[in-house]
Ligand binder design. Structure first.
Ligand SMILES: C[S@@+](CC[C@H](N)C(=O)[O-])C[C@H]1O[C@@H](n2cnc3c(N)ncnc32)[C@H](O)[C@@H]1O
Length: 262
């Protein structure tokens, strides 16, 4: 069995309990060494064979998986954050399908949610934005024209921009038609790593601030009014609101529900 595992954003404690358990049970580990914190490897078996995929191509990765599978060994394939976001796992899974090798995916904490946690912000605040756009600027991997930042900017939703810290000036230019220049923006570099850096500002000055902080890679750019300013309370805990678990103005009435309340 091949286990694609989200290794989390950096802090070795941010791998899931399941991911840690699976990693500890595999004889072969292939980790994305350009981004995954090698400290995570402390959860691997003492005698596990460990490969860094940053210097391997797709065929070489699949060959390691195939050989391990033929020996009856399980493989932990560690991807940074959550493997479903810019993880390049689809082609690996398709090659495994062709070879008839079984695999599973164990999700992880994405650097997006880690960045929100570092900033202590909610990405989806009522009255401001209920949508998160996860995107990137085109680089060596092109982005389809219909998904240009300019067009995605129109709804002024919460914007999370990956893989673009080196192009932040261009990012700001692309957003300028839709977002007000005073729109809050933040850049989180290596969220949850010891060398983490956080830069906050507005679309007017975020590019300059990020440059001054020396950030040009491994960062998430977050843009939107969710970062600062007015918002509405969620209906979920609103006194006047009832839902399936609670009557308006009251608790649900379940025994223990208000235990410990003054
Ligand atoms: C190939 S993508 C992988 C994303 C990953 N699958 C995830 O869910 O976070 C790499 C990009 O993710 C972002 N990234 C990864 N780790 C990060 C971290 N700890 N802090 C901030 N951004 C990070 C950066 O934008 C980086 O260029």
């Amino acid at each position: 069995m091949i286990h694609f595992i989200g290794a989390g954003p950096g802090d070795a404690e941010l791998i899931t309990v399941k991911g840690m358990r699976l990693l500890g049970a595999c004889d072969v580990v292939i980790y994305a060494g350009s981004l995954v914190n090698p400290e995570i490897l402390k959860y691997a078996k003492k005698d596990a064979k460990i490969y860094d995929s940053s210097c391997l191509n797709l065929e070489e990765i699949i060959e390691i998986m195939r050989k391990a599978h033929n020996r009856g060994q399980d493989v932990a394939r560690l991807h940074t954050g959550d493997p479903s976001i810019y993880g390049a796992i689809r082609e690996q899974m398709e090659k495994l399908n062709e070879l008839g090798i079984p695999y599973e995916v164990c999700p992880g904490v994405s650097s997006l949610t880690a960045a929100a946690a570092v900033l202590k912000k909610e990405l989806t605040v009522p009255g401001v934005s209920q949508t998160v756009i996860v995107t990137r600027m085109g680089g060596r991997t092109p982005v389809p024209d219909r998904e240009s930042l300019k067009s995605l900017a129109e709804p002024k939703a919460t914007m999370a921009i990956f893989l673009s810290a080196d192009k932040i000036k261009k990012v700001v230019e692309e957003l300028a038609d839709s977002y007000n220049p005073d729109t809050p923006a933040a850049v989180v570099y290596k969220a949850t790593w010891p060398e983490q850096k956080v830069v906050v500002g507005t679309l007017k000055d975020i590019s300059k601030k990020a440059k001054e902080a020396g950030i040009d890679k491994t960062a998430i750019i977050l843009v939107g009014d969710f970062l600062e300013g007015k918002y509405e309370y969620s209906r979920l805990y609103h006194t006047a609101f009832s839902h399936g678990f609670r009557a308006a103005g009251n608790s649900c009435g379940k025994p223990g529900c208000r235990e410990g309340m003054p």
